[in-house]
Design a protein around this ligand. Structure first.
Ligand code: NI
Length: 200
């Protein structure tokens, strides 16, 4: 969620880039597909290798052949992250067997605290199908950049530990890794379900 004005800037750039893609579609007389864009128009995403919640190496290529719902957040997030992961879980539950075509992926923006063991416990609250990913600070920073994620450590007013200001976007990626569409965290499970049914 955007708690600071600064946090909004990368998100607005993302929106502008995607809007640009739609304008291109219109001028080229390509049928508009809602917010669907191709990576050729919006350079977002890309290959990565991170560490899964069982300590195993996980590469973006491991998801080839399946759609991915990718969300960046952190397990210590008090509100937005668990709510959004819950929305994803509920939408997939309602999808029935078709959900097998989609892998929900949670990538931490707080690798210092989100170790594989912490993520394993956290992801289990949302269902076995979730893949939780962490990595070194540099690995996570590189993936954040590819997905235009904003994340910034912020001290808590109570003076204990820290929180993370971060952009909150659900990315729907195609089986070949390109961006299909993206949604903000205010989407309802039913609306996300509708989108998934329409787009996959
Ligand atoms: Ni959060």
């Amino acid at each position: 969620m955007f708690k600071t004005k600064e946090a909004l800037i990368p998100y607005l750039l993302l929106v502008a880039a995607i809007a640009g893609g739609l304008i291109w579609h219109e001028t080229e007389n390509v049928p508009r597909l809602g917010k669907t864009v191709s990576q050729g128009k919006v350079d977002l995403g890309g290959p990565f290798t991170l560490t899964g919640q069982d300590g195993q190496k996980v590469s973006s290529t491991d998801f080839r052949g399946k759609y991915q719902l990718i969300y960046f957040g952190y397990s210590f997030c008090p509100d937005v992250c668990p709510t959004t992961l819950g929305v994803i879980a509920q939408a997939l539950d309602k999808m029935g067997v078709e959900q097998k075509r989609i892998v929900p992926v949670f990538i931490t923006i707080d690798p210092a605290r989100d170790t594989p063991a912490v993520l394993k416990k956290y992801m289990s609250a949302f269902g076995e199908r979730f893949v939780g990913l962490t990595g070194t600070v540099d690995e996570i920073a590189a993936v954040e950049k590819k997905y235009r994620v904003y994340a910034k450590k912020t001290p808590l007013p109570e003076g204990e530990g820290y929180g993370m200001d971060h952009s909150s976007v659900i990315y729907l990626m195609a089986p070949d890794g390109r961006l299909v569409s993206f949604y903000d965290e205010l989407i309802s499970p039913d609306d996300l379900l509708k989108e998934l049914k329409a787009k996959i």
